[in-house]
Write a protein that binds this ligand. Structure first.
Ligand SMILES: [Zn+2]
Length: 307
């Protein structure tokens, strides 16, 4: 196949989409509540977990007859201690890395937004984003591809990422956000999983090379939302198939950079010169100016010692 054919195929393999935003349903803090990805391809819902704010009262419960006596300070339901880690685990008193400086100019990015509040959840810059890699079926060069992409998104966001090594955890869009037996008393690390169409049928039609979702929790009376973990699935056979091509590593890194952009909250843009364009990563050289502006904002969120 000639060069033109190879280029076309390259486009085919790097179509990517955000599968899952984050949402919450059926919590004691709120009723039906979903996050929506504006202008992107598809999504499914995953549950968010309400987090009790330390020392603050829980929302009042409806009551048929008002009580004449003072209400004692409510305590969180017992089950929360089983589904959330100790509040503030891993939290630093200030952001860990300096805030990223965005390139001059404006625009060039979009954020995933919560359909109820219109807010754009962010990761906590005072807490490292730990990640693990499910390394079964890692394609040639895959470890380096992830390492380079993570370094790029960390530089662009000012968020610290920490490689916690490999895991045997099976990817699951509804994975528990807190897995103390596997990961200890903290939010589960971001799971980056090399997978295949058998394990992850979303890849069966070959439209996507990667899928990503971050997961949020909400807390306090304002229903403040914060991302606490996420998952990236990468279709290992597609990466392996093209690993022998001269620019395979470059392509693979950009696909993973795109997925990491979703992880920290960026949505697709129409501009084909940006990594976050929704139709395919093509002959780019890392994040573009719009991507970098968006990523700098993504990394400029508040600290959340309460979660
Ligand atoms: Zn995408």
């Amino acid at each position: 196949m000639g060069n033109g054919g190879r280029k076309k195929r390259r486009l085919d393999i790097v179509l990517v989409a955000l599968l899952v935003a984050a949402s919450g349903t059926g919590t004691i803090w709120m009723g039906g509540h979903r996050a929506r990805v504006s202008g992107t391809l598809s999504e499914t819902a995953a549950p968010a977990i309400p987090v009790p704010a330390r020392g603050s009262p829980a929302p009042a419960q409806p009551s048929a007859s008002p009580s004449p006596t003072p209400t004692p300070t409510p305590t969180p339901p017992d089950y929360l201690s089983e589904i959330t880690p100790t509040a503030g685990a891993g939290e630093h008193p200030a952001r860990i890395l300096p805030a990223a400086v965005p390139p001059p100019g404006t625009g060039g990015y979009l954020f995933l937004t919560d359909e109820n509040s219109g807010e754009t959840p962010q990761y906590d810059p005072c807490r490292a984003i730990h990640y693990v890699v499910r390394d079964k079926n890692t394609p040639a060069g895959g470890d380096d591809d992830i390492r380079q992409a993570v370094a790029a998104v960390s530089r662009a966001t000012g968020l610290q990422f920490i490689d916690d090594g490999t895991t045997t955890e099976v990817p699951n869009w509804n994975r528990p956000l807190y897995q103390p037996k596997r990961y200890g008393d903290r939010w589960a690390p971001v799971l980056i999983a090399w997978t295949d169409p058998t394990e992850s049928p979303d890849f069966q039609d070959g439209k996507y090379a990667g899928l990503t979702a971050s997961r949020l929790v909400v807390y306090n009376a304002k229903l403040t939302a914060v991302y606490v973990t996420g998952q990236i699935e990468l279709d290992a056979p597609q990466f392996q198939q093209h690993a022998a091509e001269p620019d395979a590593s470059w392509i693979a890194t950009e696909i993973i950079e795109h997925e990491l952009g979703h992880l920290v909250g960026l949505a697709h843009v129409a501009d084909p010169t940006q990594i976050m364009n929704g139709t395919g990563v093509q002959t780019l050289n890392g994040y573009g100016a719009g991507d970098l502006r968006g990523l700098a904002i993504a990394g400029s969120g508040a600290c959340h010692p309460e979660v």
